[in-house]
Design a protein around this ligand. Structure first.
Ligand code: PEP
Ligand code: MG
Length: 587
């Protein structure tokens, strides 16, 4: 879940339509926007008339009767009052752009079809979807008047009083979808939405992680939400508790409005800690680093007081590209922007972690989950994927090496488990250097790090410590693989437990080994940004945490109140417990 509270009206978006533009128009554009839909609809109507004409000249063999009937249905649907009136409503009353209005009304009508008893009528939903698709396509063909996105209204904090008073255009919006890919989520970064709800996904699925990085309240894995919520329903998202409330009563609304304001006050209070060094009561200096997805996130990391980037998930540069992957120069420029954006602070770039819930789309294919493989989380993922495609990997390594000319860069390798993988990776790194040497291209030094996110790696640290300068514990995957819980599967999300004794053992053991050998160690999974775990990790000896910038100040507050000497003994007790969560809750 991504924390905080959002209150707004639901906007249901079908997963296949998340790439439809969502922006607000100015009141003066209402008529031209309605005109855009009307013109596009007329284009489709003409198209169908033309087809009908052609069919009329064919025999029943080439043009079966069903085809003519289908075209009649499509014509009828295009002239349907509900569609026309609805689209006009979303444009003129809510100031949605034309495409958004059309898909919103499609969702309303589709829901009505779903509820029909008659199977024939229920199946007409597919026809509505088809004609919407055609109208959208016609709109793409027509030159759309340029309408820059207005300020993200949803992101503006609106008091509950405002909500009750102004119930029409100026209210926050909450996006409700069955499934959003991490990349789709990223596309919404600059969007109008104040919160997100998806049916599918676990707490540390990458979709949830991106929502958290956007610092927008979200509930990921709400199962039937997209079926139960209707377009335009009032919805409260409580990202802290991981719950959503639909159609709240005025009392509930008032209570959550109050909580929301409390949250805002807390943020203001925390913002005063920005320049305070993260030092514990007993004088231990703690490193608080940022996790980023895009080079542009570096600014937010600096703003939040991060002392570096502990995890740059470089795969986001590769996603949403429909097979057109970034070349060396494009990657180099992106890494360089991140490095320069950190103004001399270190940046840890992780090589691509593609696969599982972050598959690469093939050209023209927007499918999100990798259903082609039986167990994608156990399949060709991260370093396995990179080693299976050495030319792509070498391109990335060369780009990262070059970016190291512009600041301190650490290279982090995900999902290693085998000695052979380590040796192959290091040999490809040498190869990348040699290629740059041959071309006469300059590059800088790298510190080398490995992610510890497979139990086998945590249990064979000697091997890793031999080759690497530092280790970074990826608790999101470490938990998934230790407990055999798919982190992206909401049906087992209740079993995904960072406090399972086995997980705690592996984390504590990794920290202790690195500390004993004087090697750097950090945690870059979601555990690092969870304030309820800060003291425990400090007690285990952790001194470097990497998290979303939005969580840094809250974690810093925990650090400032901590005494690591006392926490060490307490953490040892917690780890001896059968149910560590009980002891943690009681402290
Ligand atoms: C992790 O597994 O904890 C991690 C930080 O990597 P990701 O979430 O991208 O898999
Ligand atoms: Mg991982």
């Amino acid at each position: 879940m991504a924390r905080g509270i959002a209150i707004g009206r639901a906007v249901l978006v079908a997963s296949s339509r998340v790439d439809v533009a969502h922006y607000f128009i100015d009141a003066g554009q209402v008529l031209s926007e309605i005109d855009r839909v009307r013109l596009a609809r007329n284009v489709v109507v003409d198209e169908i008339h033309r087809l009908q004409g052609t069919i009329a000249q064919m025999g029943p063999k080439e043009a079966p009767h069903e085809l003519a009937a289908l075209l009649d249905v499509h014509l009828m649907l295009l002239q349907d009052e509900d569609l026309i009136v609805g689209v006009k409503h979303w444009i003129s009353d809510r100031l949605y752009n034309a495409e958004w209005a059309l898909t919103t009304q499609l969702e309303v009508i589709a829901r009505q079809f779903d509820e029909m008893e008659d199977q024939y009528l229920r199946e007409r939903k597919a026809d509505v979807e088809q004609i919407t698709e055609r109208v959208l396509r016609a709109m793409k063909g027509a030159v759309a008047p340029f309408a820059p996105a207005k300020q993200a209204r949803g992101a503006r904090k609106t008091s509950q009083q405002d909500l009750l008073l102004d119930d029409t255009v100026d209210v926050p919006l909450v996006l409700v979808a069955h499934d959003l890919s991490p990349n789709d989520m990223l596309q919404f970064k600059q969007s109008v939405f104040a919160g997100f709800i998806t049916d599918v996904g676990g707490r540390t699925s990458h979709t949830a992680i991106v929502a958290r990085s956007m610092d927008i309240p979200a509930v990921v894995g709400a199962r039937l939400a997209s079926q139960l919520v209707r377009q335009d329903d009032w919805v409260i998202i409580d990202g802290d508790a991981g719950v959503m409330i639909v159609d709240p009563s005025p009392i509930i609304l008032a209570e959550y409005g109050f909580k929301q304001r409390q949250g805002e006050l807390e943020r203001t209070r925390l913002s005063r800690l920005r320049h305070t060094p993260a030092i514990t009561l007993d004088g231990q200096k703690i490193e608080l680093l940022a996790n980023i997805e895009m080079p542009e996130d570096a600014a937010g990391a600096v703003e939040a007081g991060a002392v570096g980037v502990g995890l740059f998930r470089s795969e986001f540069l590769f996603m949403g590209r429909l097979g057109n992957l970034p070349d060396e120069e494009e990657q180099y420029q992106a890494y360089r922007r991140a490095v320069e954006g950190m103004h001399g602070l270190p940046v840890t770039i992780r090589t691509v972690d593609i696969g599982a819930d972050k598959p690469l789309e093939k050209s023209g294919d927007r499918t999100y989950r990798d259903d082609a493989h039986l167990n994608p989380a156990l399949g060709l993922r991260a370093i396995r994927w990179s080693l299976a495609d050495p030319s792509m990997f070498l391109t990335q390594l060369r780009a990262i090496l070059r970016s190291a000319l512009h600041g301190q860069v650490n290279l982090l390798v995900p999902m290693l488990a085998h000695g052979s993988e380590i040796r192959q990776t290091l040999s490809l790194l040498d190869h990348a250097r040699a290629e740059l040497d041959n071309r006469g291209v300059a590059y800088g030094p790298l510190r080398l790090g490995a992610m510890i996110e497979i139990p086998a790696a945590a249990l064979t640290l000697k091997l890793f410590l031999k080759y690497f300068d530092f280790l970074s514990i990826g608790t999101n995957d470490l938990i998934q693989y230790t407990l055999a819980i798919d982190r992206a599967d909401e049906s087992v999300a209740h079993l995904y437990d960072p406090l399972h004794p086995a997980v705690l053992y592996l984390v504590a053991h990794t920290i202790a080994e690195c500390n004993a050998q004087g090697k750097g160690v950090s945690v870059c999974g979601e555990m690092a940004g969870d304030t309820s775990l800060t003291r425990l990790l400090l007690g285990m000896g952790l001194r470097s945490f990497s998290m979303h910038p939005a969580q840094i100040l809250a974690v810093k507050q925990e650090v400032l109140r901590a005494d690591t000497g006392k926490l060490k003994m307490w953490a040892e007790r917690v780890m001896l417990e059968d149910e560590p969560a009980f002891l943690l809750a009681g402290n």
